[in-house]
Design a protein around this ligand. Structure first.
Ligand SMILES: Cc1cc2nc3c(=O)[nH]c(=O)nc-3n(C[C@H](O)[C@H](O)[C@H](O)COP(=O)(O)O)c2cc1C
Ligand code: SF4
Ligand code: SF4
Length: 340
């Protein structure tokens, strides 16, 4: 029984999800919540109300990112509670204290809009930026892309090593090819899990449980059930992993960088994201397609993009003009903080 339970937890870990509610009196059925959710958090068809859904054995598929609340034009969505994984290799240690930004320590005595003016421009950018998954069909001018890259160039890095390379993709056909090729690989992962509609014969369940258990022990972060729902979403969304963004900037690390080039590349990327936000652009980090890109089977596509040793893709940033209201103040969980 113990063995069965630990297998089951590795396959579908015990997870607390927040409660989501869509107020049908307020909802205009626009579908923005469905489109902008990073997971397959809602079921929606044109002309219908969105319905919060789960995925496979998960009773919900929600990371509590708050994007659906930020993009809803009619304030129809409420989310209560927190998201946390209680067991297994994916366990997290969030304190389950979800609250809006409180940089001035006001403990909810004032709303963000009432103390916003007391914050610096950088703080305002940090708190209002949201991942954007709804883009206008309009290309970003080259001089703005260059400004974003310049913000990346001035990021700090260990030993001032600057272990980066950027690939700017504005060719829609290349982005599409990248998505289709990545999805072929991602679909293999996705199919290991039970999908929302899925029923599997018992022998397949056991086989899959054994495979996932084994691989999740040796490859934590790679076989996590959370991105699986994002894969499902991308698959359902015509494989549009980059959400029709007109520009994708891929951030690569020079593997020979001092200390931790992944960290350097991440800091550099965030400089670019905040610069883009300050220029009125919307961004979304896209790593879903990075894992497949680094697979041996993608060698020819990597060659097409000009990726070879010592460079390796770390993440990419989808960039474009946001369609409608995207940014907004949302709640976040609280990490443990030790004061010494
Ligand atoms: C390194 C990294 C990779 C990410 N990859 C994806 C992705 O592939 N697809 C996606 O929709 N969102 C992706 N995201 C966005 C996260 O889902 C998002 O940042 C998180 O849910 C918090 O929401 P917010 O950015 O709106 O505050 C990624 C974020 C980071 C930092
Ligand atoms: S909070 Fe985020 S993950 Fe949850 S349903 Fe809304 S958009 Fe999706
Ligand atoms: S974004 Fe808001 S208004 Fe639009 S479908 Fe979702 S809940 Fe309804």
């Amino acid at each position: 029984m113990f063995l069965f339970n630990s297998l089951r937890k590795a396959y579908f870990p015990e997870t607390d999800f927040p409660e989501r509610h869509v107020d049908k009196e307020k909802c205009s059925k626009c579908g923005r919540c469905y489109e902008t959710c990073p997971t397959h958090g809602y079921r929606w068809r044109k002309g219908d109300f969105p319905e919060p859904v789960g995925y496979g054995e998960f009773k919900a598929a929600c990371l509590n990112c708050g994007n659906c609340i930020a993009v809803c034009p009619t304030d129809a969505i409420t989310i209560n509670g927190s998201y946390s994984v209680k067991s297994g290799r994916y366990q997290n240690y969030l304190l389950k204290k979800v609250s809006p930004p409180d940089p001035l320590g006001l403990k909810g005595k004032k709303q963000y809009k009432d103390f916003k003016e007391n914050l610096s421009k950088v703080e305002q950018a940090i708190y209002s930026r949201r991942s954007n998954r709804l883009f206008k069909d309009k290309q970003v001018p080259k001089h703005l892309i260059e400004r974003i890259l310049e913000a990346g160039r001035f990021a700090p890095s260990a030993g001032n090593c600057q272990p980066y390379k950027f690939i700017v993709i504005t060719d829609q056909q290349i982005i599409r090819e990248y998505e289709m090729r990545s999805m072929k690989i991602l679909k293999q992962y996705k199919d290991l899990y039970l999908d929302t509609e899925g029923n599997r014969p018992w022998w397949k369940r056991i086989l899959v449980m054994a495979m996932i258990t084994f691989s999740s022990w040796i490859m934590v972060n790679k076989v996590d059930p959370r991105p699986i729902t994002a894969m499902h979403k991308a698959y359902k969304n015509n494989e549009k992993i980059h959400f029709n963004a007109p520009t994708v900037i891929m951030v690569l690390k020079d593997k020979r960088g001092i200390s931790n080039p992944d960290l350097d590349a991440g800091i550099c990327a965030q400089n670019m994201v905040l610069a883009a936000h300050s220029l009125g652009l919307g961004t979304c980090y896209i790593s879903l397609s990075i894992t497949p890109l680094n697979y041996p089977i993608m060698r020819s596509f990597r060659k097409k993009l000009g990726i070879s040793y010592p460079y390796e893709a770390v993440t990419s940033i989808a960039i474009g003009y946001p369609k409608g209201k995207i940014d907004g103040i949302v709640k976040r969980d609280t990490p443990p903080v030790a004061w010494i």
